[in-house]
Design a protein around this ligand. Structure first.
Ligand code: UDP
Ligand code: MG
Length: 315
């Protein structure tokens, strides 16, 4: 018996690409259903993340015309990670497997075949990994590479060059549902869920239409979120920095004592101001870092819902 697949596609102001994405996904799913690779009642679940354009109207129209399309609408814009989680948690009780993908056709739709092959071999999670980053700017490539390397150095288990294009089985989704955290960083959480997994590589294309919803500022915030949600190493490094500075200050004291005893000329104004400002900077930066973690704890203890759904279209 082929399994029931739900494609989960977060959409935020995607009216420019949605018709093309829907067309291509529909063709792909119909082909897979014909080849009996997935169950006939598989669906494309379009998640509207509180779009301000015609996205939801389009999703509703797609669903009215063709029951292959399902839709779920968040009560407001909650960001990509929350929208994706909303889609996965909605699909969890309706299907055997989900495959998540961006709405902008940057992920190669044919990667689904590879995903299903790995699933047939018994994998619960299949990660889509970009084989190259030709379609990205040199800057994005360099920052992304730095990010994955940095995460590894901090001891976080992330799959290199894997974004949120992946297959998850119902069992894995149920595991994910037991992670109650507010600070979502799915690509760090899914490896923690465990179960047998595999990697399938694909070439990432350029955005089909419309513009990126991830400007540099959001990208950096997301990376920072990933680090602080999964590693306390920065806090530990802080201790090390403090000790190093203390050791350096001993050297300075020794030097000034010698200078005093041996009558060396002692001109201290510049270095004094320098070290004063430097230390104040270090202390403030340290406070900021601790503050970042305190802020996360603050967000977690409030236990606010990660998303509210306004409407579900699924038949
Ligand atoms: N997205 C979302 N909510 C947001 C921002 C983005 O659901 O607040 C969706 C967006 O519609 C797309 C995916 O997240 O399907 C990735 O966004 P985008 O392609 O803009 O990011 P990029 O590929 O440029 O990093
Ligand atoms: Mg994109």
């Amino acid at each position: 018996m082929p399994e029931r697949l739900y494609m989960v596609i977060p959409c935020y102001n995607e009216q420019e690409v949605l018709p093309e994405t829907a067309k291509r996904l529909k063709a792909k799913l119909e082909e897979l259903i014909r080849r009996e690779r997935i169950a006939p009642d598989s669906r494309i679940l379009l998640v509207d993340d509180g779009s301000r354009d015609k996205t939801w109207a389009m999703i509703s129209a797609l669903h009215r015309k063709d029951k292959l399309f399902s839709g779920v609408k968040l009560s407001r814009n909650r960001g990509h990670q929350n929208a994706l989680l909303c889609g996965l948690m909605t699909a969890k009780d309706l299907c055997d497997i989900t495959i998540s993908m961006d709405a902008d056709l940057q992920d190669d739709i044919d990667v689904i075949d590879g995903f299903l092959e790995e699933r047939a071999k018994g994998c619960d999670v299949v990660y889509g990994v970009r084989s190259d980053r030709e379609s990205d700017s040199a800057f994005k490539r360099a920052t992304a590479q730095g990010f994955y390397k940095g995460m590894k150095a901090l001891g976080v288990d992330v799959v290199y060059n894997h974004a949120d294009c992946r297959l998850m089985s119902r069992r894995a989704l149920e595991g994910l549902a037991r992670f109650p955290e507010t600070n979502l960083f799915l690509r760090g959480m899914v490896p923690l869920v465990g179960y047998p997994s595999a990697i399938v590589t694909y070439k990432r294309a350029e955005r089909f239409a419309g513009e990126s919803k991830y400007p540099l500022k959001k990208m950096l915030a997301f990376a920072w979120d990933g680090v602080t949600s999964f590693s306390v190493k920065p806090l530990q490094l802080l201790g090390g920095t403090g000790l190093t500075i203390a050791a350096l200050s001993l050297l300075f004291s020794l030097y000034s004592l010698l200078a005093y005893l041996l009558g060396w000329p002692f001109r201290g104004w510049g270095p004094l101001m320098g070290s004063l400002w430097f230390l104040a900077g270090v202390i403030l930066a340290a406070l900021g870092l601790v503050g970042a973690y305190v802020g996360k704890i603050y967000a977690e203890v409030k236990q606010r819902p990660r998303f509210l759904t306004e409407a579900l279209l699924d038949e």
